[in-house]
Write a protein that binds this ligand. Sequence first.
Ligand code: AMP
Length: 193
Amino acid sequence: MLNIIIFGPPGAGKGTQSEKLIAKYSLQHISTGDLLRAERNAGTPLGNTANEYISKGELVPDDVVIGMVRNFMAAHPDATGFIFDGFPRTTPQAEALDNMLLEFNTSISTVLGLEVEEDELVKRLVLRGQTSGRVDDQDEDTIRNRFREYQNKTLPLQSFYQQQAKYQSVKGIGEIDEIFASLCSCIDGLKHG
Ligand code: AMP
């Protein structure tokens, strides 16, 4: 199996690049942000709870997102690979993911980290806020809070995966297709077992 984590701060282009990667490598896309927004739009109790965190730019509790990912993986037993987009975002989530993959007799193949400076990220998020309808892209305090959460809780995962020799960093600025080509060469350079 090819299991990829697409990693990076809010606005780095994880969703955009995931769409292209799933098409090329036939992967199942797990975006916890998309799953949470779908729950919220359906008005489920999980969605309502999650919305309290999302609207403030805070991370949703670990057990909620881990449960969602577990359900998604269980619902796709024939998948030939997954791309994890916006997950894991904390060390307990990363540890839970390693364990879940172990149950599938597999593991993370690589972690692709999109590197983009903060000024560019803010610009992209503000722009996205004008078109995406995402409430958490429209308020500056919320955007700032999401960066803070990223710095404090998510960035430590970089060393978590560096210790496993799985982290590859990719420049996330430039043409979408150029960034995509860099991601593909990271993947194509892997030796699949
Ligand atoms: P995203 O679409 O990935 O930017 O996620 C939007 C929001 O959903 C985040 O700001 C969090 O509030 C929540 N969220 C998404 N994924 C996770 C996760 N893995 N852990 C905790 N909260 C998450």
